[in-house]
Ligand binder design. Structure first.
Ligand code: SF4
Length: 65
């Protein structure tokens, strides 16, 4: 089944969205945030307000190790 495309305006420059070999958890987050509700994503919010975005920042707002 082809993956759904996000309509998030930041997807092209998003470290999370372009992540290769996503695990199940990340794929779920991608569905929840990137596909369904980008405005809820912590990366989206940071980009939208011009804040620096850590490349370990997750859509939930947590930093990944
Ligand atoms: S919703 Fe968040 S994680 Fe998904 S592409 Fe947009 S900024 Fe990136």
């Amino acid at each position: 089944m082809p993956e759904e495309e996000s309509d998030c305006e930041y997807r092209k420059n998003c470290h999370f969205y372009s992540m290769k070999n996503m695990n199940t958890h990340s794929r779920k987050l991608k569905g929840l945030y990137c596909i369904e509700w980008p405005q809820k994503c912590a990366i989206y919010k940071a980009k939208a307000t011009g804040k620096p975005v850590s490349i370990t920042l997750c859509p939930t707002g947590k930093l990944q190790a």
